[in-house]
Design a protein around this ligand. Structure first.
Ligand SMILES: Cc1ncc(COP(=O)(O)O)c(C=O)c1O
Length: 474
């Protein structure tokens, strides 16, 4: 069945859409961006013109003109009687441009594969006959791999047995499985805003109601808001990234960890700590502490080799107490029938070299971060660039809520980025732009120069009042 989006939901997703004149083109651009980001899926019925104009407080002719522009650009189709429906993206849209002439795709923050991986894959392939002699449906994970993952936690000061590990096809699949097992319709989930958008999507899919807690590059986690949210909404689960949070790059201080752990324990909330980015340390050496080591029934950890080794390996895991592990394994076959054997064998072979992997990562990320920061300081000195010591991206503060307008502008010039609102939980963040520093320094320099060339044009196209708008307009 095709889905529909209500005028209210579209209005919230659009956020501060009025970024340029004429207003109808700004509105059309806002809807295009939602389609490109897949926040409005193909074949979604859009609200009737009258409803949307009332929700956005604009004239009906503005909405009619925006829909006409979207029809002309092939983003929607309208039929008398059944209204306007979004169309599947044409091939020139996301992903494609990255492989065509010189385009740069910074939508995903994914570092290149660890250079030792190809050799390791060849070595593991030599034992192919042993691997294929197994049954191959492995919903728990190979014991060698679970032992290696458990040993790494124990080294970090979090004693772990292999029975407390489930291997998954990446962290995304882990988040999805946890949401399916732990959440029921309407349950509250506390989540940082901005956050990693696919996690928010997975939690929404489980029909959870998300409660956003702000994290900023300057001040970190808003502890007052977090404590109130835990106490008032009694969330069943909190999804958090304590180290090198994606996209802000912030890590929790000891005080923040203690406050959040205490609040979660008081409200009986399960903390799902996504540590996919935790080992991506550039300046301080590997993360060592047994942080947020609370009641084992309440602290669940998600990890992955996606950013440290290679996203294409698709190996991640969940660390949880063994009762929860049993529930996860029982529920898993409805989602998938296990993690591929070959990838698990490769992952197990990576772990003895993990220290070297982390060092190499740190070099790659340092080069990207420093190049991006230097180019922005040179060409866009008015932008606010945070100090980050690791992770995958810079969460840049723009001096106007024009992230979506900028992303639309540079897209037509072969630079693909995700606008700030993509990382938002309840709308807003159009004053921010995420620039992943996982790409090569030369690519980042080219990307910043495209942004610098576009920025004055985008600012000029913006209505005068736009710089007065608040970031969190919904
Ligand atoms: C914080 C965070 N969690 C999870 C994921 C997904 O990881 P995986 O590739 O292991 O599914 C990502 C990837 O971008 C991420 O940044």
């Amino acid at each position: 069945m095709d889905s529909r989006i209500s005028a209210r939901a579209l209005c919230a997703a659009l956020g501060g859409w009025r970024t340029r004149e004429p207003a109808y083109e700004a509105l059309a651009d806002g809807i295009r961006l939602l389609c490109l980001d897949n926040r409005v899926a193909p074949r979604t019925a859009l609200p009737a013109e009258r409803e949307l104009s009332a929700a956005l407080e604009v004239s009906r002719s503005t909405v009619a003109a925006a829909y006409r522009s979207l029809r002309d650009s092939g983003h929607i189709a309208s039929t008398r009687g059944s209204g306007s429906v979004t169309l599947p993206l044409r091939r020139r849209d996301p992903g494609r441009a990255s492989t065509s002439e010189g385009a740069i795709d910074l939508q995903q923050a994914s570092p290149p594969a660890w250079p030792g991986l190809a050799g390791l894959i060849s070595d593991v392939a030599l034992s192919a006959s042993t691997i294929v002699s197994r049954t191959g449906y492995d919903v728990l994970g190979r014991i060698e791999l679970r032992e290696a993952i458990a040993a790494r936690y124990s080294q970090r000061g979090i004693p772990t047995s292999p029975n407390e590990i489930v291997v998954t096809t990446g962290a995304q699949s882990a988040i999805h499985l946890l949401a399916a097992v732990l959440l029921g319709r309407g349950d509250r989930v506390l989540i940082e805003t901005p956050t990693y958008p696919h996690a928010a999507d997975a939690l929404r899919r489980a029909d959870a109601r998300l409660v956003g807690v702000p994290v900023t590059t300057e001040h970190g986690w808003d502890l007052d808001r977090a404590e109130q949210a835990f106490a008032r909404t009694l969330p069943v689960l909190a999804y958090l990234m304590p180290d090198f949070q994606n996209p802000t790059g912030r890590s929790m201080t000891a005080l923040e960890r203690a406050a959040i752990l205490g609040a979660a324990e008081r409200s009986g909330t399960i903390l799902v700590l996504d540590e996919t980015t935790a080992d991506l340390d550039i300046d301080r050496g590997p993360v060592r502490s047994g942080f947020m080591d609370g009641d084992p029934a309440l602290v669940v950890r998600v990890g992955s080799l996606g950013k440290t080794v290679w996203g294409g390996l698709r190996v991640g895991w969940i660390r949880a107490e063994s009762d929860l592990v049993r529930r996860l394994v029982a529920a898993r076959p409805a989602h998938d029938l296990g993690t591929p054997e070959f990838e698990q064998a490769v992952a197990a072979a990576v772990f003895p070299q993990y220290a070297a992997v982390v060092v190499q990562r740190s070099h790659v990320l340092r080069a990207g971060r420093d190049a991006a920061i230097a180019e922005i300081a040179r060409l866009l000195p008015e932008w606010r660039v945070p100090t980050v010591h690791g992770g995958v991206s810079l969460w840049i503060g723009l001096d106007a809520p024009l992230s979506s307008a900028l992303v639309m502008d540079v897209r037509s010039r072969g630079l693909l980025l995700s606008a700030g609102p993509r990382f938002s939980v309840e709308g807003g963040h159009d004053r921010h732009l995420r620039i992943p520093f996982t790409a090569a320094p030369e690519e980042l320099a080219r990307a910043v120069s495209t942004l610098a060339e576009a920025w004055p044009r985008v600012l000029q196209g913006a209505p005068v009042s736009v710089t007065e708008q608040f970031d969190s307009v919904v």
